[in-house]
Write a protein that binds this ligand. Structure first.
Ligand code: NAP
Length: 248
């Protein structure tokens, strides 16, 4: 049974992905900042007959990451699947963006993915098998008010391609999934920031999306499920836009 780590899995895309990977037959470590907040995802997985553990860790903290990956290996077995999903937004137009807005976004997305991957790859290369998925975004292509987030999400694409090159010889693939607009607390917060009712915000985004709907966490979980499957071993270094259109 493969062991998967999903970060930022207390809610949103991460929670649904953790549940999906458990349904696919993996043991899942549900990682988020606060261990208590992971419990709902873990309970849902166990209710459906799966195996999961809650692990509290800040993915941008080197020691916390090392301890978390060690704990997963002890409690579930060597992690050979990693989904770097934890994320934050600190949107602001460039002239108003603070050092802290910049640093916190770069730190969670980029440094977090780096630290988690560096810790987990030791298990993957030893097992001669691994699947890594990093959450990018259509914002990597540029998005007003998100200089920090766009830089982090574009950075993750370069990080992913480099992982594919370095880890490929060890049977490890690395891909990025770049969602468009997905209904979660993150996009609800964006609607609140710009002062638009969330339902109206979603309707406006659906109208400008080729498939005429917004995305849901299950859309992303489905794509991740494929990329981390045993059969996807020849797919690596790719960025899959899951956005209801060519670029959301
Ligand atoms: P979300 O609902 O805000 O969930 C993100 C989770 O990450 C939260 O549980 C959060 O915990 C956790 N987290 C934040 N900082 C962390 C840290 N340092 N260490 C560990 N966990 C941390 O977000 P989402 O919408 O599901 O997004 C998931 C991923 O998809 C993110 O990388 C996001 O950038 C990406 N994405 C989302 C969309 C979208 O439309 N929703 C589009 C493109 C890409 P707290 O609640 O404690 O902060």
């Amino acid at each position: 049974m493969r062991v998967a780590i999903v970060t930022g899995a207390a809610r949103g895309i991460g929670a649904v992905t953790a549940q999906r990977l458990a349904a696919d037959g993996m043991k899942v470590a549900v990682v988020d900042l606060d261990e208590q907040s992971c419990q709902a995802t873990v309970d849902e997985i166990r209710k459906n007959g799966g195996e999961a553990v809650a692990v509290g860790a800040d993915v941008s903290d080197t020691d916390a990451v090392a301890a978390a990956v060690d704990r997963v290996a002890e409690q579930l077995g060597a992690p050979t699947v990693l989904v770097n999903n934890a994320g934050v937004i600190r949107d602001n137009l460039l002239f108003k963006m603070t050092d802290s807005d910049w640093d916190s976004v770069i730190s969670v997305h980029l440094r977090g993915a780096f630290l988690m991957t560096r810790a987990a790859q030791a298990h993957m290369t030893q097992a001669k098998y691994g699947r890594i998925v990093n959450l990018s975004s259509t914002s990597a292509l540029g998005n007003r008010g998100q200089a920090n987030y766009a830089a982090a999400k574009a950075g993750l694409q370069g990080f992913t391609k480099t992982l594919a090159i370095e880890l490929g010889p060890f049977g490890v693939t690395a891909n990025a999934v770049a969602p468009g607009f997905i209904v979660t607390e993150m996009t609800a917060a964006t609607a609140a920031r710009v002062g638009v009712d969330f339902e109206q915000f979603q309707a406006a985004r659906a109208a400008e999306t080729p498939v005429r709907r917004v995305g849901y966490p299950a859309d992303i979980a489905h794509t991740i499920s494929f990329l981390v499957s045993e059969g996807a071993g020849f797919v690596t270094g790719q960025v899959v836009y899951v956005a209801g259109g060519p670029r959301g």
